[in-house]
Design a protein around this ligand. Structure first.
Ligand SMILES: [Ca+2]
Length: 363
């Protein structure tokens, strides 16, 4: 069931410039003075001080070594990336971000909304340019035509990894092959994800989590604005309701924490100056988008990138457990007193996030 797709014009991206969320100073670290406290009520001798100091430093060294070893040994998180790449520019940057996140293993890409096949060609070409011909791309559900100017960059592209149908089936097969392991990163309307959850009884219980960009809890697109129906949710409210009532653990990046993440020219210069084939491709797509997007945005907003980061770097922003209900108009309303269905990012620190993101793409 696909809700009628509304025109892109009129989305309130305008006016989002300027306001920056406050950056709090880091919380004071706990004192290590405890380690130097006298033992058994006696003042420490030089020798006992040295022993204590050695023991303390050894403990620190062991802890650090353990952290490094754990990080190195940790298996990357298997993810499937469900995207409406080709409309807004943030999806292309988000795909590059996944490829530059060693914490993640990208099993495949599925596309959704508008011309899902054209979007799949674009994703497949970006992956080839990035040197990842092994990662499959499957077109998912197409809907009414939308603005997708970037897909011209990949017109008629084909590769052995590109499949013009089968997005939902691919997700289902992968989840059944790796029950409880796969996180879905959903950064378009939720049509494919809902179709997956409806396609087989019990399939949702085998999904580890769904990280999604979507919703609007305490603010809308513009700083200080009231909550409003967000694009990914309102584009298919029925699908969004299926996802939010599925019982699958949800990690949600709504407008509250994403709408202020502006990739200004200074940050883009840093990314494009790192002249890898992938970054060169991003520069091309960014240029096409900058001069054609129908809502006249003058710089990218990294909406989708926070959803990716919440999987790769879970502590990057605080998460608030809450129950979000999807209203008929696409609003995502927090309901008090119900067991949470989502961990929600309500705040972010734009300067810190842009540094995190840019560092990844410029290495
Ligand atoms: Ca998107």
């Amino acid at each position: 069931m696909i809700a009628p797709v509304k025109p892109v014009d009129g989305i309130a991206f305008e006016g989002a410039n300027g306001a920056i969320l406050p950056i709090k100073p880091p919380s004071p670290k706990s004192s290590t003075a405890q380690a130097h406290r006298p033992i058994l009520g006696r003042a420490p001798t030089i020798m006992t001080s040295r022993i204590i100091r050695f023991a303390f430093l050894s403990l620190v060294a062991l802890t650090l070594a353990g952290t490094v070893a754990t990080a190195a040994e940790q298996k990357p998180i298997p993810v499937i990336f469900d995207t409406d790449i080709g409309g807004d520019i943030d999806d292309a940057y988000a795909l590059a971000q996944i490829l530059h996140s060693p914490e993640l293993k990208l099993l495949g890409v599925t596309t959704v909304s508008g011309d899902a096949v054209a979007r799949a060609r674009l994703a497949a070409k970006l992956l080839i340019v990035a040197g990842h011909s092994e990662i499959p791309v499957y077109a998912g559900t197409s809907t009414a035509p939308q603005y997708i100017a970037q897909t011209e960059w990949a017109k008629d592209f084909s590769s052995p990894a590109l499949h013009l149908t089968g997005g939902v089936k691919f997700m289902r097969q992968q989840i059944n092959a790796h029950p409880g392991e796969i996180t879905l990163i959903a950064i378009g309307e939720l049509t494919n994800i809902a179709a997956l959850l409806n396609s087989e009884p019990g399939i949702g219980a085998k999904v580890k989590a769904i990280a999604l960009m979507g919703g609007s809890v305490r603010r809308g697109y513009a700083p200080g604005s009231a909550p409003e129906p967000e694009w990914n949710i309102k584009s298919n409210v029925t699908a969004a309701r299926t996802v939010f009532t599925s019982g699958v653990p949800l990690i949600v990046a709504p407008l509250d924490s994403t709408a202020n993440l502006k990739l200004t020219p200074e940050w883009r210069v840093k990314i494009f100056a790192h002249g890898t084939p992938l970054n060169d491709a991003l520069a091309s797509l960014d240029f096409i988008w900058s001069h054609t997007n129908t809502w006249k945005a003058d710089m990218p907003t990294l909406f989708d990138e926070l959803a990716v980061a919440l999987v790769a770097t879970p502590n990057i922003v605080p998460l608030t457990p809450m129950y979000l209900e999807v209203a008929a108009d696409g609003l995502t309303k927090p309901i008090e007193g119900r067991p949470p269905n989502a961990q929600v990012a309500l705040t972010s620190k734009p300067a810190e996030f842009l540094e995190y993101f840019t560092q990844r793409l410029a290495r």
